[in-house]
Design a protein around this ligand. Structure first.
Ligand SMILES: [Zn+2]
Length: 288
């Protein structure tokens, strides 16, 4: 009897340990090929882009904290090359969280405003400041050359004040970060300089200026065609215009939210659960 009790206790403790580990690292990462030398790692936060260049691996976004080892394990399943560069699309912890788990020698790049936003995060204070971006850009930056070329673009505020779009010209692929996270109303993070009013304009500037892209890696959903990114700009134009009109008409926030809850037919597969939060953001800007 006693032995059974002890055994049962050990099993319970074992189960608790597994549960605790899962709590620290709840999601299993999956790697998916986008092009021959470009992969996407899903789960654990935002989609991580993995671009295997001649001299090393460039990663776009590092997910939530504690995913560094798992990201590296997934990279190791496709290449032995070292990680040489991290590009952060924007400040949020589910895109920058594991920066500090890579060697301090790795080059880190982001848009100017994203660096400023990251400097405000506890995760990048003190010793951790060495995992802030080492190089930044304002509107456009080109990294590497030839088949390895990467073009970074910034067109204005949207999800935050520093959303970078990362284009791999040789592969005709773009990583959009959370400027285009889902086919859905987005998070408009005004505390980090995001803007509902500017959001559609930013998307449409990008759609007009960026050429020769066929596929887009969104911040949090499967790879989509470029045409969906273009359509997203139109969807956001409809949503923001509808809310601005509601504000001009003196409608309550609840009425404005109801007006964007059910999109017109051409946008019927877009999710609108952030309608109320979007209205609060846009009304806040309109009144300012
Ligand atoms: Zn985000």
């Amino acid at each position: 009897m006693k032995r059974i009790t002890v055994l049962a206790t050990l099993i319970v403790i074992g189960a608790a340990c597994i549960a605790a580990q899962q709590g620290a690292q709840p999601q299993t990462l999956e790697i998916e090929k986008v092009k021959d030398n470009l992969f996407m790692i899903k789960n654990g936060g935002g989609n991580t882009g993995v671009f295997v260049t001649q001299n090393g691996v460039v990663i776009v976004d590092t997910k939530n904290p504690n995913y560094g080892a798992s990201i590296l394990e997934k990279i190791r399943s496709v290449t032995d090359k070292p990680v040489t560069m991290i590009i952060n699309t924007h400040t949020h912890g589910d895109h920058t969280g594991s920066n500090a788990e890579f060697p301090a020698t790795v080059d880190i790049i982001a848009q100017d405003n994203t660096k400023a936003n990251m400097e405000k995060m506890d995760a990048f204070k003190g010793d951790k400041a060495q995992f802030l971006p080492k190089r930044t850009f304002k509107d456009k930056m080109t990294l590497l050359s030839g088949a390895d070329q990467i073009d970074l673009y910034y067109f204005g505020p949207g999800h935050t004040s520093g959303d970078a779009l990362i284009v791999f010209p040789a592969l005709r692929v773009m990583h959009a970060g959370d400027l285009f996270a889902w086919k859905a109303l987005p998070i408009m993070d005004r505390n980090n300089g995001g803007s509902g009013i500017a959001y559609p304009e930013t998307l449409q500037k990008a759609a007009g200026a960026i050429k020769n892209v066929d596929s887009v890696i969104p911040g949090h959903s499967p790879v989509m065609p470029w045409s969906t990114f273009v359509e997203y700009g139109q969807f956001m134009q409809w949503a923001v215009d509808t809310v601005k009109q509601a504000a001009r008409d003196g409608k309550t926030e609840a009425d404005a939210a109801a007006a964007i809850k059910t999109p017109p037919d051409r946008f019927k597969d877009y999710t609108t659960e952030r309608a109320a939060a979007n209205v609060t953001a846009i009304y806040g800007e309109v009144k300012k």
